[in-house]
Ligand binder design. Structure first.
Ligand code: S3P
Length: 450
């Protein structure tokens, strides 16, 4: 498991202007769901552009453990031959999700539909993360949960003979919770409904419809969404082209803004509006960001993004934007450190329960690199001077890929290099981060010194 590997430090150095036109690996959220939904469909689902990262390979292994056949084809596409809804068989062993919160939480929803035991484990980071948010609605549906107090991994779930459909109002803005309930609902007779007061990424809804589920969404005048799903559908295999991951693009995007003399184009990015909060915010900060070639592919908005280095200014980021950029706050804090004036981010309570406590990990990283900031219980204020921050610090990544990539991004333009104590964890979401950034002109060195 990831936590037993030795740390692998990496350092980022001030770089000359980044240049290039490139594609990024597939979106992580869509990749997880492609494998899971393919595993529940009848027939062969063909996936192009699947993200081949640690988190996604954990989901592939989990789906194999339940009986799906998943193979990588010679042309780089993936084939999933599914078992049908209700067709999974009992895994022979525990299921290890490594670092992957989305993987384990969504698969808990699937496991709920089966009257056999599924045992889930994860790495040191995942074993600290709260699972009650998913387990509580699943318990309401009749699932038995065995495990340590506080609903942390390792955990064993066993579904009832017949799962009860529920109507569930999601108490936190979480696409993972919404998705887990809907995936359980596929296995319950009748209609399962999820009420979502604040909209989160809607890949589960859209993709389940694409696989043929009977799912409808109603939005009231206050923006509250009710998603209703008919249980026991027959899902049909389909073809999926996974667009580039906007959450991985975020690092190249911010790097191009802060490294003087940069101009890059990132092609074929997923631009679903539930994922583009960072782009909106960086544009408000004065970032020269243009979306080109915007189009609809497989029901999703995709496009190319052109970014040029820019003088940024501080802004206040509205709290209600958080769900559309929840994974991007660490790298926004880096952009804010180079901006002139104060950037205020509110509504960040969910950052405390990500792969690390991201709010305190970001604050600690800013502190060791000489950036004026203030950490609140659910807020962060970063005060930039409009000049590159000092840098020179070593940042603790706490098994968090996005903390590692964010501070490596900082080091590309800070006065002194920035070191992260572990870059190996980056492979959970973006294994090609280093070569991709190096091709653009980014300078990194490996090891604790130079
Ligand atoms: C994800 C949802 C988000 C996000 C995570 C991926 C998903 O988590 O942070 O990286 O694919 O559903 P929450 O829904 O818990 O906020």
């Amino acid at each position: 498991m990831t936590h037993s590997l030795p740390l692998s430090p990496m350092r980022a150095h001030q770089s000359r202007g980044l240049q290039g036109r490139f594609h990024l690996p597939g979106d992580k959220s869509v990749s997880h769901r492609s494998l899971m939904f393919g595993a529940m469909a009848l027939g062969e689902t063909r996936i192009t552009g699947l993200l081949e990262s640690g988190d996604i390979m954990s989901t592939a292994d989990a789906m194999r453990a339940y009986g799906a056949t998943i193979t990588r084809n010679d042309d780089g596409s993936w084939s999933v031959t599914g078992c049908g809804v209700g067709g999974f068989s009992e895994p022979d062993n525990v299921i290890d999700f490594g670092n992957a919160g989305t993987g384990v939480r969504l698969v808990m929803g699937l496991a709920a539909g089966y009257d056999f035991a599924s045992t889930f484990v994860g790495d040191a980071s995942l074993s600290k993360r709260p699972m009650g948010r998913v387990l509580n609605p699943l318990r309401d549906m009749g699932v038995q949960v065995l495990g340590r107090s506080g609903d942390r991994l390792p955990l064993t779930l066993q579904g009832p003979q017949t799962l009860a459909p529920i109507t569930y109002r999601v108490p936190v803005a979480s696409a993972q919770v919404k998705s887990a309930v809907l995936l359980a609902g596929l296995h319950a007779p009748g209609i399962t409904s999820v009420i979502e007061p604040v909209m989160t990424r809607d890949h589960t809804e859209k993709m389940l419809q694409g696989f043929g589920a009977d799912l409808s969404v109603e939005t009231d005048q206050d923006g509250v969404r009710t998603i209703s799903l008919q249980g026991h559908p027959t899902l049909k295999a389909c073809s999926i082209a996974v667009p580039g991951d906007p959450s991985s693009a975020a690092f190249a995007l911010v790097a191009a803004l802060i490294v003087p003399g940069s101009e890059i184009v990132i092609e074929n990015l997923l631009l679903n509006p539930t994922r583009t909060g960072l782009i909106d915010t960086l544009i408000e900060m004065g970032g020269d960001i243009r979306i080109e070639n915007e189009r609809l592919e497989g029901g999703e908005t995709v496009g190319d993004i052109r970014v040029k280095s820019s003088d940024l200014k501080g802004v206040t980021v509205p709290a209600d934007r958080a769900p559309s950029m929840i994974d991007e706050y660490p790298v926004l804090a880096i952009a804010a450190a180079f901006a002139e004036g104060e950037t205020r981010m509110d509504g960040l309570e969910e950052l405390r329960v990500k792969e690390s406590d991201r709010l305190s990990a970001v604050a600690a990283g800013l502190a060791v690199n000489g950036v004026d900031h203030e950490e609140g219980p659910a807020s962060l204020v970063v005060r930039g001077t409009g000049h590159p921050p000092a840098g020179g610090g070593t940042v603790e990544t706490h098994l968090d890929h996005r903390i590692a990539m964010s501070f490596l991004t900082m080091g590309l333009a800070s006065k002194e290099p920035v070191t992260v104590d572990d870059a190996a964890i980056i492979a959970t979401s973006f294994p090609s981060f280093k070569p991709t950034m190096e091709r653009l002109g980014a300078e990194f060195s490996e090891g604790a010194t130079q």
